[in-house]
Design a protein around this ligand. Structure first.
Ligand code: ADE
Ligand code: ZN
Length: 322
C-alpha cells in the first residue's frame, strides 16, 4: 500500500478556499457575474502573489451567497476529501461570508452546512468540525462580531475559533478581545501566524491570543528561542507545505522546513489549506513529503496521531476516528 492510501486527519482547510473552480464558475454563470479575471486559461484560479490570492479568494466567495450554496459546497468538499482518504477534517468558516455577521443568518448557514456534513459522514465516513474564523484584514470590529457568532453557536459542531487573512495588517494582539470571548465560550483557538509574518507574529499569537495551535508557523525556524517555546508549550503547527510552495515561501517540498521543525521536537501536522488554489490534495501532500523526506507509513502514523491529539473535538469523536 502506498503512503498516500493511509487514512488522514486534516486540521487546516478553508471552506470557501476548497471550492472547486468549476463550482464557482457555474455559480457566477447562474448569477450573471463576470468572474473571468480570476480564472486562468486552464480553468484554474489565477493569482500572482499572496495578497492577490486573498482578493481572488474573496472574488470567488462573492458568488457563494446562501445556506443552500454552502450546503452544496460542503457536500463537494467532503466528497473530495473522502476520496483522498481523509477521515476527519476541520474547516475554517467565516460569518463574514455567511450572513455578514448576523447571528440569525449565521445559524441558518451553519444548519445547512451541518446537515450536508451529517449526510457526508453517513455516506463516506468523514467527520467535519467547524472552526469559526475571523478575517484579519477586515479588522478588529468585525472580529468581535465573528466571535459573537462563534460564541452563540459553540457546541458539538462549532468547536474552534481562528483567524486567517493578511498577516501584514494589524498585530495579533489587536484581536485579543475576540479570542478571549471565543475562549470563554469554550472554543479552542488557532490563528494564522509565521506564514507571511515572521517569528514575531508567532510570538504574538502565543502571548496575546493564547492559541493552542498555529496555522502554518513555518517561519518559526528563523528564531531558535521560538522553536524552544513551541516545544515547551506543546503547540501544534498546522503545516501546509503545498500552499507554502505555490505562494513562494519555499521553492519546493525538499526545501520546506517541516522536517527541521519535526527534528527540533515541534508538533507538526499536514493540511492542504485551499486545495484547488494550490493544485493539491491530502494524497498529493503525502506523496510529496514521502518523496522529499523519505517519510514512510510510521512517519505518517505519527503525524496523524499528532493531528488527532490536537483536533478540536471531544474524546468520543477522536476514538471513533482513530
Ligand atoms: N485564507 C485562506 N488561505 C489563507 C492562507 N494561506 N493564509 C492566510 N489566510 C488565508
Ligand atoms: Zn490557511
Amino acid at each position: 500500500m502506498s503512503v498516500a492510501d493511509l487514512p488522514k486527519v486534516e486540521l487546516h482547510l478553508h471552506h470557501e478556499g476548497a471550492a472547486p473552480p468549476a463550482f464557482i464558475k457555474q455559480l457566477a454563470h447562474e448569477k450573471n457575474v463576470d468572474l473571468s479575471k480570476i480564472f486562468d486559461a486552464n480553468g484554474g484560479y489565477a493569482f500572482r502573489d499572496f495578497v492577490h490570492f486573498l482578493s481572488t479568494y474573496e472574488d470567488a466567495t462573492s458568488v457563494l451567497t446562501g445556506p443552500e450554496e454552502f450546503a452544496r459546497l460542503t457536500t463537494a468538499i467532503l466528497e473530495e476529501s473522502a476520496k483522498n482518504g481523509v477521515v476527519y477534517t476541520e474547516s475554517f468558516i467565516s460569518p463574514d461570508f455567511c450572513g455578514g455577521g448576523d447571528v440569525g443568518a449565521w445559524r441558518e448557514y451553519l444548519a445547512a452546512i451541518q446537515e450536508a456534513a451529517n449526510a457526508a459522514e453517513a455516506k463516506h465516513g468523514i467527520t467535519l468540525r467547524g472552526v469559526v474564523t475571523a478575517v484579519r484584514h477586515f479588522g478588529a470590529d468585525k472580529s468581535k462580531t465573528t466571535a459573537h457568532c462563534a460564541a452563540e453557536t459553540a457546541g458539538d459542531f462549532v468547536t474552534g475559533f481562528g483567524m486567517g487573512g493578511d498577516e501584514g495588517q494589524f498585530t495579533q494582539g489587536t484581536f485579543s478581545y475576540a479570542f478571549d470571548q471565543a475562549k470563554e465560550a469554550g472554543l479552542q483557538l488557532t490563528t494564522h501566524a509565521g506564514e507571511f509574518g515572521g517569528p514575531e507574529s508567532v510570538w504574538d499569537a502565543i502571548k496575546d491570543l493564547n492559541v493552542e495551535r498555529i496555522g502554518h508557523g513555518v517561519r518559526s525556524l528563523e528564531d531558535p528561542a521560538l522553536v524552544k517555546e513551541l516545544v515547551a508549550r506543546q503547540i501544534t503547527l498546522e503545516v501546509c507545505p503545498g500552499s507554502n510552495v505555490v505562494l513562494g515561501l519555499f521553492p519546493d517540498f525538499a526545501s520546506h522546513p517541516i522536517q527541521k521543525l519535526r527534528d527540533a521536537g515541534v508538533k507538526v501536522t499536514v493540511s492542504t489549506d485551499d486545495p484547488p488554489f494550490f493544485h493539491t490534495t491530502m494524497r498529493r501532500e503525502y506523496e510529496e513529503l514521502s518523496r522529499a523526506f523519505g517519510w514512510d507509513a510510521s512517519d505518517f502514523a505519527e503525524l496523524n496521531q499528532t493531528a488527532l491529539d490536537a483536533a478540536f473535538c471531544d474524546a468520543d469523536t477522536k476514538a471513533k476516528v482513530a
